[in-house]
Ligand binder design. Sequence first.
Ligand SMILES: Nc1nc2c(ncn2[C@@H]2O[C@H](COP(=O)(O)OP(=O)(O)O)[C@@H](O)[C@H]2O)c(=O)[nH]1
Ligand SMILES: [Mg+2]
Length: 260
Amino acid sequence: MEDLLISADLGVNYASELTDKLRGQNKIKPSKVKEFLEEEFLKTLAEAGSCDLNYKEGGINIYFVTGVNGAGKTTLIGKLAYKFKEEGKKVLIAAGDTFRAAAEEQADIWSKRAGADIVRRDKADPASVVYEAIQKGVNEGYNVLLIDTAGRLQNKFNLMEELAKIKTVIDKNAPDALRESILVIDANTGQNGLQQAKVFKECVNLTAVALTKLDGSAKGAIVLAIAKDLGLPVKLVGVGEKMEDVRDFDSKEFVKALFI
Ligand SMILES: Nc1nc2c(ncn2[C@@H]2O[C@H](COP(=O)(O)OP(=O)(O)O)[C@@H](O)[C@H]2O)c(=O)[nH]1
Ligand SMILES: [Mg+2]
């Protein structure tokens, strides 16, 4: 059972905790094991915090989106821009991935699709793009600022420096703004997702996880290990490549799907 849980990407600590607990249950029937695990998973997710994406009226709400390359950051930003626009909010995107040539263009395309505005400065320092976006966002009464970032390998010192610098810019220039620091995790990510999350958490003080590509065959069990070890709640789910393919996280549905 322990091996099974580890191979399901729950991480060694969590897997052994669960099997210890199972052992402690005197003579649990095999048919009840699934029920036991479902309950434990739901408890872990609940203990990590509320699944509701925070939003506050009367000020700018900043969503700082991080994660490794290809996780789905820019797509998530497009989806969130659309969702907030549909709700009648004034939405600004900061094209903070200035590392890859095509990345700013991609953010630009999403902003147009969603009907949001964008601050984009070709190949500029990402922190300066974010600075400019915060100024514009605050001065022009935007409700939402979505910050896109680069994602070249998480163990690269430069990226972490860059993200820490962006965080400092937000801390200094919008100290009172509501902020969600979202880590985007591809559901196909295996056990190294936990390590990724640790590195990003240390650097940008994460508040939430967005689990993308749940429309494929991957179940994204790694978020259980992240919830357990880092206390980070999952708040959003990506279920496709289109603008409307974002959902609020539903822990019951998620846990049920793990056993299908
Ligand atoms: N099927 C599916 N594809 C997704 C989802 N989110 C993102 N993608 C795709 O994943 C790829 C990488 O996404 P992108 O937003 O560019 O990742 P980034 O490098 O983190 O900004 C693109 O081809 C997206 O269309 C999702 O929820 N489901
Ligand atoms: Mg991107």
